[in-house]
Design a protein around this ligand. Structure first.
Ligand code: UDP
Length: 493
């Protein structure tokens, strides 16, 4: 049982790998740095997964919240989005709204168990705005935690809040309450949103979710204020609440090794392959845990990789239209003889399923990263000074790509979306721009190294020196403690 009065933090990520990874990273970080106890809330199957993912040195407590997938029209045992095709994720989000009564009960039980002492705070997912209502009712300090960056989430929030203004006779839009962001293009807007005029299921969901944030005490971001300022300012202005940039906090190698994904290659093999390549000569290509490209794009990308002559590691997942758990089918997915040729030339390494990404990005042979601009991938690259090539696919990735290219200057966008038509000649040109000794490459590398150093400083926590993100974390807990004191006092009277 938990000691009475011990600082307990309840964390509740959305059930998707891209969300649980940054939550777990944050939890392990807080546990290590602050020594507070952490309670992770999720549905039974995810708790099982988490149990094997948590390192033995951690004492994170896991609490189950019931969820019956068939009640919501999902196959039995569907408790996270990792096993769902992309278009069904939104149904899963709608279904997650039904967790509210069980979550409220769980918090009440915790309060009882702790002899009336409430948790120090609840840290919940960006998709669980309703948890702020529960927290407010029960007098618990509440924060949203965004695994997405400030700028990307600000654009995203603004778009769902109200349809952006279309510039006359163009495909460009202005965000109605975020003028600091430059114009955005129709291809960067969520699909269906324009035609449906707010009645599509994503708009309906966000229309319920985002207003709940006003009941929260603020938003924690896995980012650093140094390179992500304007997005954070947006939230401070919009919500009238703090936005706390406490990152980047990355999941350690240890946490990753245990994350339960079936690996396509061992770290040893991958390192051995990279060791044999010259410094800064390898392009790493991966599109995260959820996304993939179409079969025709896959072929164009393969052709560009051959034409450019670059060394590469490519995490190849089944293209759109194939079962996401399908076995690797080089013959169907890739140009004829591609796999054999690149093997013979020892130029490319194709990884099936899952690669040790953090290790790859930290290897000196890696020179650039072709990415879907998922925020974890972005942070992992920037923390190692690796420039990017953007191929955003969904959600706020389009805006991450914009931030990286236009504001920070460490990226070149290659293509947009999982279905756009892209020609291999165009991809080749961009690969050459980033991989050959061009002025652009020099410039990008210089900036990427600057950002890497900024990050190092932001997360530095030595004797006598606290980086900006470390200080912000202290401010966050300071705010939580002052609310905690008030609530405990209120209960005693
Ligand atoms: N990842 C990995 N191996 C892979 C693909 C992804 O380790 O082959 C990890 C990656 O390091 C990152 C996470 O999965 O931590 C993906 O998160 P991100 O935010 O980039 O994208 P999402 O999966 O949420 O779209």
């Amino acid at each position: 049982a938990m000691a009475e009065g011990r600082e307990n933090i309840v964390m509740f990520p959305f059930m998707a790998q891209g969300h649980t990874i940054p939550f777990l990273a944050l939890a392990l970080h807080i546990e290590k740095k602050k020594g507070y106890s952490i309670t992770f809330v999720s549905t039974p199957l995810n708790i099982k997964k988490l149990r094997s993912a948590i390192p033995p040195t951690s004492s994170i407590r896991l609490l189950e919240i019931p969820f019956c997938s068939s009640d919501h029209g999902f196959p039995p045992n569907t408790e996270n989005t990792d096993v769902l095709p992309y278009y069904r994720i939104i149904d899963f989000l709608h279904a997650s709204l039904s967790l509210k009564p069980a979550f409220r009960e769980l918090i009440l039980n915790l309060i009882n168990e702790q002899h009336g002492c409430p948790p120090l705070c609840i840290i919940a997912d960006i998709f669980f705005g309703w948890t702020a209502d529960v927290a407010k009712e029960l007098g618990v300090f509440h924060a949203i935690f965004s695994g997405a960056g400030g700028f990307g989430l600000a654009c995203y929030y603004s778009i769902w809040g109200s349809l952006p203004h279309r510039n006359a006779d163009s495909d460009e839009f202005l965000l109605h309450d975020f003028p600091e962001a430059s114009r955005i293009h129709v291809t960067q807007l969520p699909k269906n949103m324009l035609d449906a005029d707010g009645t599509d299921s994503w708009s309906v969901f966000q229309g319920k979710n985002l207003p709940r944030w006003f009941n929260s005490d603020g938003v924690l971001f896995n980012t650093a204020g140094e390179f992500d300022k304007i997005g954070l300012e947006y939230f401070r202005r919009k919500l009238g609440r703090p936005a706390w940039p406490v990152g980047p906090i990355l999941l350690s190698m240890e946490g990753r090794a245990r994350s339960g994904r079936e690996s396509g290659i061992t770290s040893e093999l991958c390192n051995k392959w990279l060791d044999a390549k010259p410094a800064n000569s390898v392009l790493y290509i991966a599109f995260g845990s959820q996304n993939t490209i179409s079969g025709s794009q896959m072929k164009q990308l393969a052709m560009a990789l051959e034409d450019s002559g670059t060394n590469f590691i490519w995490v190849v997942r089944p293209p759109l239209g194939f079962d996401i758990n399908s076995e690797f089918k080089a013959g169907e997915w890739l140009p004829e003889g591609f796999e054999q040729r690149i093997q013979d030339q020892k130029r490319g390494l194709l990884v099936h399923k899952w690669a040790p990404q953090l290790e790859i990005l930290s290897h000196k042979s890696v020179s650039a990263f072709l990415t879907h601009c998922g925020w974890n991938s972005v942070l992992e690259a920037l923390s190692h000074g690796v420039p990017l090539m953007g191929w955003p696919m969904a959600a706020e990735q389009f805006f991450n790509s914009m931030l990286l290219e236009k504001e920070i200057g460490v990226s070149v966008e290659v293509a947009r979306g999982p279905t756009c038509e892209v020609k291999h000649e165009d991809i080749t040109k961009k690969i050459e721009l980033v991989m050959n000794e061009t002025e652009k490459r020099k410039e990008m590398r210089r900036k990427a190294c600057e950002v890497r150093d900024m990050i190092k400083d932001a997360i530095r926590d030595d004797e006598g020196f606290k980086g900006s993100s470390v200080k912000v974390m202290d401010e966050f807990f300071h705010a939580a403690f002052s609310q905690w004191g008030r609530t405990k006092l209120g209960q005693n009277h």
